[in-house]
Write a protein that binds this ligand. Structure first.
Ligand code: GCU
Length: 349
């Protein structure tokens, strides 16, 4: 990747800032440009979903708004983009739940390893506004709120040289994790050496041997080329970390009630299209990784991994007791949708 031109992203973002809100891009006239950034390729389910959003808004409100979607970290890393959304330099971006943990500790809950018993439990939790509402609203003071969630499958370890069959295989390995205290804590409990870095830097770090592996869903192997370097992918299924579409509060609050209803319908389209695309994208990625890149898929016993991670649940709840009722609600969904009973994309934990 694939390393993105960070400087280029920042320059573009500064230009957008200077351009302000009274936009006059080609054909935009006096229409307000709505800018959305994300860090995936233009073939990724997130881009397809945001393109459907763009088409919907342009169809319904095309006389007033022009939606522009910027893929591939063109506007910077996820952390950069969240900051740009905070200040209103851009209007929306997609950020991993892991990144949002630094903006509100409430997001820690969805970063917990082995939190969801199954894909069914995960989807039902994320669709339940009574559960997600207090989390999604918790950055209001910081200038942005979450408007919908996006499936990012299950996260699993993949490595250059050594297949991960049990936590002891992680010992001595430098594994890239997302930049969040929960992820660092998870790696510590599993015995590997956590190397936090932005997504756009992972390919080069793998290739140059700075890290021995990483952890992500299957699309990272193909879409981001990590499977060109890492030949072992182990389904330990340690996390289901959602991606979150966040929006700048001032922009959202400035919409008329009629416009707001249309944007809200648009958020639902983002969620629906991304989920429709996700299963297909995972199947295609597995096929390509196995048959073209020569990646070997490994199915270890998950129990030793989950046992090692469990203390993190207690620790997060002790440090943030406000999360207790949410954790309990998640356990209720886990009882309703236990492992092995729900097919769903991404498999079960
Ligand atoms: C997934 C996720 C991204 C995230 C990335 C990462 O690809 O969809 O939002 O940035 O993991 O590991 O950083």
């Amino acid at each position: 990747m694939k390393k993105r031109g960070k400087a280029a992203g920042i320059v573009l973002a500064v230009c957008l800032l200077l351009a302000g809100c009274a936009d006059a891009g080609p054909g935009a006239g006096s229409r307000r440009i709505v800018r959305i950034g994300h860090n995936q390729s233009s073939g990724h389910p997130i881009h397809l979903a945001l393109t459907a959003f763009k088409d919907y808004i342009n169809e319904k409100l095309g006389d007033r708004y022009v939606v522009e979607v910027y893929p591939s970290e063109l506007l910077g890393s996820q952390t950069d983009m969240v900051q740009l959304t905070q200040t209103g330099a851009i209007d929306y971006c997609v950020a991993s739940n892991a990144i949002l943990e630094t903006f509100s500790r409430n997001y820690e809950i969805f970063n917990l390893p082995y939190l969801f018993a199954s894909t069914g439990a995960y989807h039902h939790v994320m669709d339940d506004e009574a559960v997600t509402g207090p989390i999604f609203e918790s950055t209001r003071q910081a200038g942005f709120t979450a408007v919908t969630w996006l499936d990012a499958g299950t996260r699993n370890f993949y490595t250059v040289n050594r297949p991960i069959e049990s936590p002891k295989d992680l010992r001595g390995l430098k594994i890239r994790v997302q930049q969040s205290p929960t992820n660092i804590g998870m790696m510590r409990l599993l015995g590997g050496s956590a190397t936090p870095m932005g997504f756009g830097d992972v390919y080069t770090a793998l290739q140059s041997g700075i890290i021995d592996g990483a952890e992500n869903n299957e699309l990272a192997l193909t879409d981001n080329g990590h499977g060109d370097v890492c030949k072992f992918y182990s389904y330990d299924m340690h996390q289901m970390v959602p991606d979150i579409l966040i929006g700048n509060n001032a922009f959202i609050e400035g919409l008329t009630p009629e416009e707001r209803a249309i944007f809200e319908e648009g958020y639902e389209i983002v969620n629906r299209v991304e989920r429709e695309q996700w299963g297909r994208a995972v199947d295609a990625a597995k096929e390509k990784a196995e048959n073209v890149q020569g990646v070997q898929f490994i199915y270890p016993d998950k129990e030793p991994f989950s046992r090692a991670c469990l203390p993190l649940h207690q620790q997060v709840l002790e440090n943030n007791p406000g999360l207790e009722p949410i954790y309990e609600a998640i356990q209720a969904y886990n009882r309703e949708y236990p492992a092995g009973e729900e097919p769903g994309a991404g498999g079960q934990i």
